[in-house]
Write a protein that binds this ligand. Structure first.
Ligand SMILES: Cc1ncc(COP(=O)(O)O)c(C=O)c1O
Length: 418
């Protein structure tokens, strides 16, 4: 029997995008969106960063800018700035790295999965449990030959990172060349990150077992307001695994490589412009040309070459000292509002003496918190209170503001009593 397209079973709607659409369609005056991973200001409005506004003004006034195709790898000056930002200037200059511009962080995750699936051919990719809602799909589509495994990440009863579970699983089950996805900072969805000491133990394990670290960096600067602090784990891994390899000392004892999927959606507020980069770091410089040629082939087949406008904005901001300082201030504006909302929401919830301990709101970091609310409670929040969050209980703190925090807290307490 020939296959007919009419027989394709219908896939479920993507949860994150479906919630955004349902929220838009809801006419209730008190509705609140805590689902979308996008920054909102104190009036729940999208915010264009002042540094981005200024960069756009400069670009607008630069009359000789054309709209020609970029090379396949993207805008070189943007890629240099992106690599400096994530690795630090010094390491960026010496690392054996190949960098490509991508369709935001998702595109970088996809290019990485497709490339590694074809060329490294790991037996397994280990993904944190829980994780960003798209990681599994990206690997299913991009690298169907690689088995997806979950590593424990979150202690659901104590609302903390399950570091022992994570370490012992990787120690016992991961094999040489296996890929492990790590969230560089602001783990999505839990908001629980390893401490620096814990990152150090992980880096030692990756080196000893020759595992491939795949860093997903979607929130650099957004978590703490400090790009150096938020880039620390990536930089520590690069130094521990490959620092000495830049001098070609003993590359054969190093893991097969590491990579970074870098998004500029959140930290520049450039969600719809789709600005990102993929950086592959290899033990030997001599390996870079072959790997780069394969990555370029992949990109050529999929998008030919990446879009220009957003990359120009990021490059303009990062290459100008005044604009960069402005941007770093923008990061502090966003991250400090989120931190403040964490405290306000905790206080408002705990005003009810039966609410229990919500200290996790303040100990977790970045845009998201795992509330621990059950799926039934999440559904009740949506149906009765018109508050939208992911079914797994994840909330984005950016949807909280001084005007709605009491309403949200009372609703959380109400559904917790059910
Ligand atoms: C962990 C993580 N990775 C990657 C992304 C990709 O985002 P984008 O494709 O918009 O850059 C996100 C966005 O929410 C994320 O949370």
């Amino acid at each position: 029997m020939p296959i007919t397209l009419g027989d394709i079973p219908q896939q479920p709607r993507d949860e994150a995008f479906a919630l955004t659409a349902d929220f838009k369609a809801d006419n209730h005056p008190n509705k609140v969106s805590l689902s979308a991973g996008v920054y909102r200001d104190g009036d729940s409005k999208p915010w264009v960063l002042s540094s981005v506004r200024e960069a756009k003004r400069i670009l607008h006034e630069t009359t000789d800018l054309d709209h020609e195709y970029l090379p396949i790898q993207g805008l070189d000056s943007f890629l240099d700035a992106a690599k400096d930002l994530i690795l630090g200037k010094e390491a960026a200059a010496t690392a054996n790295a190949v960098s490509l511009q991508t369709i935001s962080g998702t595109g970088a995750n996809h290019v990485g999965a497709a490339f590694l699936g074809q060329k490294l051919q790991p037996k397994n990719v280990f993904i944190s449990d829980p994780t960003w809602s798209n990681h599994h799909l990206v690997w299913t589509v991009g690298a169907p030959n690689v088995t997806q495994r979950k590593y424990p990440y979150y202690d659901f009863s104590n609302h903390t990172l399950d570091f022992d579970g994570m370490m012992s699983t990787l120690e016992a089950e991961a094999e040489e060349n296996d890929v492990v996805i790590l969230h560089a900072c602001s783990h999505n969805p839990t908001g629980a990150d390893p401490s620096r000491e814990q990152w150090q133990s992980l880096a030692r394990l990756f080196k000893q077992k020759k595992l491939f670290a795949f860093f997903d960096s979607a929130y650099q600067g957004f978590a703490t307001g400090d790009v150096e602090a938020d880039g620390w784990a990536v930089r520590h891994f690069q130094q521990t695994l490959f620092g000495e390899c830049s001098a070609e000392e003993n590359p054969s004892s190093a893991p097969p490589g590491m990579c970074i999927a870098q998004s500029f959606a959140k930290n520049f507020g450039l969600y719809g412009e789709r600005v990102g980069a993929f950086h592959l770091i290899l033990p030997r410089q001599t390996q870079a040309d072959g790997a780069k040629s394969e990555l370029l082939r992949l990109v050529r087949a999929e998008i030919s070459n990446p879009p220009l406008f957003g990359a120009r904005i990021v490059q303009t901001v990062l290459s100008d000292a005044k604009l960069r300082a402005m941007w770093e201030n923008d990061l502090r504006v966003m991250s400090s509002r989120i931190t403040k909302m964490r405290s306000l929401l905790r206080q408002a919830i705990e005003e009810d003496p039966n609410s229990g301990d919500w200290s996790r709101l303040e100990s977790q970091i970045g845009m998201f918190t795992f509330t621990g609310l059950s799926e039934n409670q999440v559904l009740r929040l949506r149906e009765v209170h018109h508050i939208y969050l992911m079914n797994n209980g994840r909330i984005s703190l950016s949807g909280v503001n001084e005007g709605n925090v009491k309403y949200i807290a009372e609703a959380f307490n109400e559904v917790s009593r059910q």
